[in-house]
Design a protein. Structure first.
Length: 308
């Protein structure tokens, strides 16, 4: 076996003992001389091009966690961390230089919380729920459910077992997590909407308008309110613009109120988005007698949108 194959079998990272056992010391020395592999710490090596978070975790004998772990599961994130997010045991000393290269979380992890080099899907969601703003944590939880790596029942049980203040935050995320949002963009808009009393936006509801079946991003069927997340990534081609126009026009002509929210607005203008959603809900409610929002009440206690 050559050393590159040996490294790849270990996910692009390996220890001196693993490589010496697989290919022998001469092959290891030659690979270092020709820069086929990199030594990142004493007895620790990585292949060039290895995922940065995994390489840093290997170098520091840490575990990839939080958003870096979520990204490793290919989950959709509101924001990507600017440097790897790693977990180390409580009491471990981490130099200032290393902390500048990675975000360190000191935490006690059990064997069931770690799978190889990263936190498990369930542990990842719980850690994000207790450390991230609600909208970011909800995006992670929604994506985890969508991946089928966890269930909502598992999230609820795990959150209920957490101690201290983190329990309430995790329970809130677990309660409202859904597998239906298509991406973090929709999850963030839905998180904002949860602070609008009486509004009940459901992701990806099938509607029939203009003789076709469509599936808008978020829908309150009783209020006849549709909220669409407009991303430049998916709405720039001529065909996409034509489809958007048809969809918008047919919904309006079928007596739906359509609210369009851009990615920038959802991420950075959340107070305004909440205001728009509140006014839209109140307008539709008045059109239908003005009693639905009152009867529904609030889904959860009022909080600051995007709270830390």
């Amino acid at each position: 076996m050559d050393i590159i194959t040996a490294m790849r079998r270990h996910g692009g990272v390996a220890t001196h003992a693993q490589l010496r056992s697989a290919v022998g010391r001469p092959a290891l020395d030659e690979a270092l001389r020709c820069n086929a592999i990199r030594r990142v710490a004493r007895g620790r090596y990585v292949l060039p091009g290895t995922d940065v978070a995994r390489a840093e975790a290997h170098r520091l004998t840490a575990v990839v966690g939080l958003r870096s772990a979520a990204a490793s599961y290919a989950w959709s994130l509101k924001t990507t961390p600017d440097r790897p997010e790693l977990v180390v045991p409580r009491g471990r000393k981490v130099s200032a230089d290393d902390q500048a290269l990675a975000r360190i979380r000191w935490q006690r992890l059990g064997d069931s919380d770690v799978t190889d080099w990263r936190t498990t899907p369930l542990r990842t969601v719980m850690d994000c729920a207790t450390s991230l703003p609600f909208d970011e944590a909800l995006a992670v939880a929604d994506s985890a459910l969508r991946s089928r790596l966890v269930t909502q029942a598992e999230l609820m049980r795990a959150a209920d077992r957490l101690p201290g203040r983190g329990r309430d935050a995790a329970l809130e995320v677990a309660l409202f997590a859904r597998d239906r949002p298509a991406n973090a963009f929709e999850s963030v808009i839905r998180a904002i909407s949860l602070d609008v009393p009486g509004l009940r936006l459901v992701p990806q509801v099938r509607l029939r308008v203009g003789g076709r079946r469509i599936r808008p991003d978020l829908v309150d069927t009783e209020l006849r309110l549709v909220v669409e997340g407009d991303s430049h990534e998916f709405h720039t081609s001529e065909r996409a613009i034509d489809a958007d126009c048809w969809r918008y026009d047919e919904l309006v002509l079928d007596d739906w109120l359509v609210i369009r929210v851009s990615w920038v607005q959802a991420m950075f203008q959340q107070e305004w988005v909440a205001s728009v959603l509140r006014r839209a809900a109140e307008r539709q409610d008045l059109r239908r007698g003005g009693d639905l929002l009152r009867r529904r009440g609030a889904l959860r206690r009022p909080t600051t949108v995007g709270r830390a």
